[in-house]
Design a protein around this ligand. Structure first.
Ligand SMILES: *[C@@H]1O[C@H](CO)[C@@H](O)[C@H](O)[C@H]1NC(C)=O
Ligand SMILES: *[C@@H]1O[C@H](CO)[C@@H](O)[C@H](O)[C@H]1NC(C)=O
Ligand SMILES: *[C@@H]1O[C@H](CO)[C@@H](O)[C@H](O)[C@H]1NC(C)=O
Length: 451
């Protein structure tokens, strides 16, 4: 009898706890709400674990241990296990270094031994501060397998220990190595794609500004593309959802990490107090003006768009002096690059999600590139959220994740058809690979020795 009462009390407490804990402010139109709530709960749990452990002095934010725990949470959500996926006979996966930068290389098994293969160099997300090539392993496997492309996933160094431009330079070095050593790698230097999500999308766009059409295709996924205006319609609409996890205003700390600033400034960025009144009237601000570059159709709250009006008479001069150089730097805000540079960009596939608080950057980039006649495609998912691309499989598999990855797969075919060349993604190797091939293939580890 007593145990039954205990059981009832525990069950009631647990359901009250879950009710509040799973209270994620999930967008109403989202079809698989329960899975989204679990995702939100996972991320909140990571946050609570970290704040608990830091207040006990057991761990520090953005330490190796913090990052390891973050990876475990992501891998558990995406594969069901904190250690990730096991062996996959359809891929040869190599951990190595290219120009001293750690990378994971994925080669479709049936492409081994072939020359001139298309290749995708990928930069993971995580606000330049968290996550790793290891925790992106499931998604990289999926893209390599399904799009039959060699994938090089870059484990660039992270902030705040390594602020701008270190993460960007690591990524750039790998891309340049791939372009210059295509024979060694057995890839086609005219079919080098680069891509990334979130902070990774930011760096992909920055690298394309430098390498222009040496890149054949860039995948710019849920990117941050400017750091000038944070009071965007995307921010204002979406900070109401998932705002203790993926849309948390605290994410601005990732930016202060990247810019080598105290996290105490994060809030100043959020309210646009980091720009001076003069800067707010400059050409830089014009290039992120939403009235000009953000089509109303993507904004759910039409009133919000109609009433966009920027107050320009405020700003923290002291902070502005510290960050002025960064604010004028296109390698940090690719959206502000000049028209001539942007005009030289390769085919740009942009993916944005409706419930992402950095939704607008990608959309504005697409508009700007269209205006400049750059070939670009926008895949916008009104019901999507910032990290939806991580869930095309695993226990939290969601239709939106499946669709995003399938659409990325098709993106590389279209662009190349117009050039009359073979596709970048989707080589469609005919030969079926055997275990014997795998044993006779030279190991890619040899490509490490570079200078
Ligand atoms: C990827 O795209 C190619 C070409 O459009 C298609 O043939 C292939 O079936 C796609 N793969 C998947 C897994 O959808
Ligand atoms: C988070 O969302 C809730 C509900 O939509 C809202 O009341 C709250 O103000 C939001 N928090 C922030 C920091 O905007
Ligand atoms: C913006 O910066 C100014 C100058 O430092 C400061 O006085 C003001 O309080 C800041 N505004 C907010 C809302 O924090």
């Amino acid at each position: 009898m007593a145990s039954r009462t205990t059981f009832t009390i525990v069950a009631v407490l647990l359901s009250v706890f879950l009710y509040f804990y799973l209270d994620a402010h999930v967008p109403e139109p989202f079809p698989q709400k329960f899975k989204l709530k679990i995702m939100d709960a996972f991320m909140k749990t990571y946050g609570h674990v970290m704040s608990g452990m830091t207040s006990l002095g057991l761990i520090e934010y953005f330490s190796a241990a913090d990052r390891k725990i973050g990876d475990w949470f992501i891998l558990t959500m995406t594969t069901g296990f904190p250690w990730g996926s096991g062996v996959d006979s359809r891929l040869q996966i190599t951990d190595t270094k290219l120009r001293d930068v750690r990378v994971k290389i994925y080669q479709p098994a049936n492409s081994l031994g072939k020359k001139k293969r298309p290749v995708l160099v990928y930069f993971h997300g995580g606000g330049w501060s968290l996550l790793s090539a290891d925790c992106y392993d499931p998604i990289m496997r999926k893209i390599s397998r399904e799009s039959e492309v060699v994938v090089i996933s870059v484990d660039y160094r992270l902030s705040p220990q390594h602020p701008f431009p270190v993460p960007l330079n690591d990524c750039f070095d790998v891309v340049e190595y791939v372009l210059d050593n295509s024979d060694t790698l057995g890839v086609d230097s005219s079919r080098v794609a680069i891509g990334g999500d979130s902070a990774g999308g930011n760096m992909a766009a920055a690298i394309s500004l430098r390498l222009q059409k040496r890149i054949a295709l860039q995948l710019v996924l849920v990117p941050v593309l400017q750091i000038i205006n944070w009071q965007t319609t995307g921010y204002m609409e979406n900070v109401l959802y998932l705002n203790k996890s993926i849309n948390s205003p605290n994410s601005l700390v990732f930016l202060t990490n990247y810019l080598n600033l105290s996290p105490a400034y994060a809030h100043q960025f959020l309210i646009n107090n980091h720009t001076s009144p003069e800067f707010k009237k400059s050409k830089y601000f014009d290039s992120v003006d939403q009235k000009k570059w953000m089509p109303k159709k993507y904004v759910r709250t039409k009133d919000l768009w109609e009433n966009i009006e920027y107050k320009k008479d405020f700003g923290n001069q002291e902070l502005f002096k510290k960050v002025e150089g960064y604010l004028k730097e296109p390698l940090i805000s690719p959206l502000i690059a000049d028209d001539e540079t942007l005009s030289g960009l390769p085919f740009t596939y942009i993916m944005t999600c409706g419930y992402d608080f950095i939704r607008d950057d990608g959309i504005m980039f697409h508009e700007k590139l269209k205006y400049l006649n750059v070939k670009t495609e926008l895949a916008h998912y009104p019901e999507g959220f910032h990290n939806a691309l991580m869930f095309p499989h695993g226990p939290l598999k969601m239709d939106i994740g499946v669709k995003i990855i399938a659409d990325i797969n098709s993106s590389g075919t279209e662009v190349i058809d117009s050039k009359g060349k073979a596709a970048i993604l989707n080589e469609q190797y005919d030969s079926v690979f055997t275990d014997e091939d795998m044993n006779t293939m030279p190991s890619l580890g040899k490509a490490t020795s570079t200078t």
